[in-house]
Design a protein around this ligand. Structure first.
Ligand code: TMP
Length: 207
């Protein structure tokens, strides 16, 4: 049995991840690929509970270490119960955010040490890394304006602009460090152009 492929979609707030995730899912299905669509933090009952705790704006102040460990706890559940079983069965996994988000938000946004994140990544994931990551990138103001249209902000969305600038910089650095895996697409172009770029990336990957 050929192992499935693991594709992740990344980007700051309001870059259009949901719309484009559905587009990629449809595109893969049109190519007769069976795919599981999932998200982080989340994807299992327990991991969704952790997500709820992480996004809750009215919680007591969550320490940076608690936040980081909760994210990796959710990830450990997700890998064990959803991602690995699917890949092992030959099913592809399309995931809305994964560990690049931790480098961006906790590493960039919260200034946590990269070596700490790497250590947890190795502990929780072993050798598991995405086969392909699409990074949707847009200037922070554009993303925040779009996110605002969706309604009330969660705990992350309530951060300052400077936090999102750091998140964006850390994402772009990840793309520079892993050019083979991470494909950057500008999200501040028309949806049709974004989706054309997605077909280029995914299409090349399918071939
Ligand atoms: P979402 O808004 O894309 O559903 O993601 C929920 C929030 O979780 C988002 O603001 C980014 C944050 N997050 C992290 O801070 N670190 C992570 O590793 C992941 C996966 C998400």
């Amino acid at each position: 049995m050929t192992r499935g492929k693991f594709i992740t979609l990344e980007g700051g707030e309001g870059v259009g991840k949901t719309t484009n995730l559905n587009f990629i899912k449809d595109y893969l299905q049109q190519h007769a690929i069976s795919v599981v669509v999932t998200r982080e933090p989340g994807g299992t009952v327990l991991a969704e509970k952790i997500r709820h705790l992480l996004l809750d704006k009215d919680s007591e102040a969550i320490s940076e270490h608690a936040e980081l460990l909760m994210i990796f706890a959710a990830r450990a559940q997700h890998i064990k119960h959803v991602i690995e079983p699917a890949l092992a069965k030959g099913v592809w996994v399309l995931c809305d955010r994964f560990t690049d988000a931790t480098y961006a938000y906790q590493g960039g946004g919260r200034n946590m040490r990269v070596s700490t994140i790497e250590w947890l990544e190795n502990l929780v994931q072993g050798n598991l890394r995405p086969d392909l990551t699409v990074l949707l990138d847009a200037p922070v103001e554009i993303g925040i304006a779009r996110a605002k249209e969706r309604g009330a902000f969660d705990r992350f969305e309530s951060e300052k602009i400077s936090f999102f600038e750091q998140v964006r910089r850390a994402y772009l650095l990840q793309a520079e460090l892993h050019p083979e895996r991470i494909k950057l697409i500008k999200a501040n172009q028309s949806l049709a152009d974004v989706q054309k770029a997605l077909i280029d990336v995914i299409g090349t990957y399918l071939r």
